[in-house]
Design a protein. Structure first.
Length: 158
């Protein structure tokens, strides 16, 4: 029964993360297309700015809604870890969009869609779930574990 509860929680978290990703994608693609089409900015820079905008939206929604238990975690630690993951995401999205656009010769938005889906599932969600929104008090946990081991050794010696 505990396994089913955990599975339900994981599915619900994944569903909320996908909704958050869709909201971020709307921001990303809107900014990208607005800059490229309306202002004539080179598609690679437009794509970069879009990814930047989408990342900000995604971070806010994830912190406030998707990963429920993050309210106890320090915002600064989450921001630093998110920035690390987000930097990789922007690099993958921008380079992937450029490479796929140049290789296929298609309009950049088609390449951006393919790349965005791959990066969202294989990079963003996994690293946010396993790294960014996890307990940031790792050092404290390690110290506590060491203290418990010492206490257990002392008890066993007596």
């Amino acid at each position: 029964m505990a396994y089913m509860g955990k599975l339900r929680h994981e599915i619900w978290t994944f569903s909320k993360a996908q909704f958050s990703a869709q909201v971020a994608t709307i921001a990303d693609f809107s900014v990208s297309m607005l800059l490229a089409e309306l202002f004539g900015i080179y598609y690679v820079w437009a794509s970069f700015c879009g990814a930047l905008s989408g990342g900000i939206v995604n971070c806010i929604v994830n912190y406030r809604w998707v990963f429920d238990d993050t309210r106890e975690l320090r915002k600064r630690a989450i921001a630093v870890k998110y920035a690390i993951v987000w930097s990789g995401s922007i690099l993958l999205n921008t380079a992937g969009t450029f490479a796929l656009t140049e290789l296929s010769g298609q309009y950049f938005i088609f390449a951006k869609i393919v790349v965005a889906v791959c990066v969202a599932l294989l990079w963003n969600y996994q690293l946010q779930r396993l790294f960014v929104y996890r307990d940031t008090h790792i050092v404290e946990h390690i110290k506590q574990r060491r203290e418990r081991r010492k206490e257990n050794k002392n008890k066993n010696k007596k």
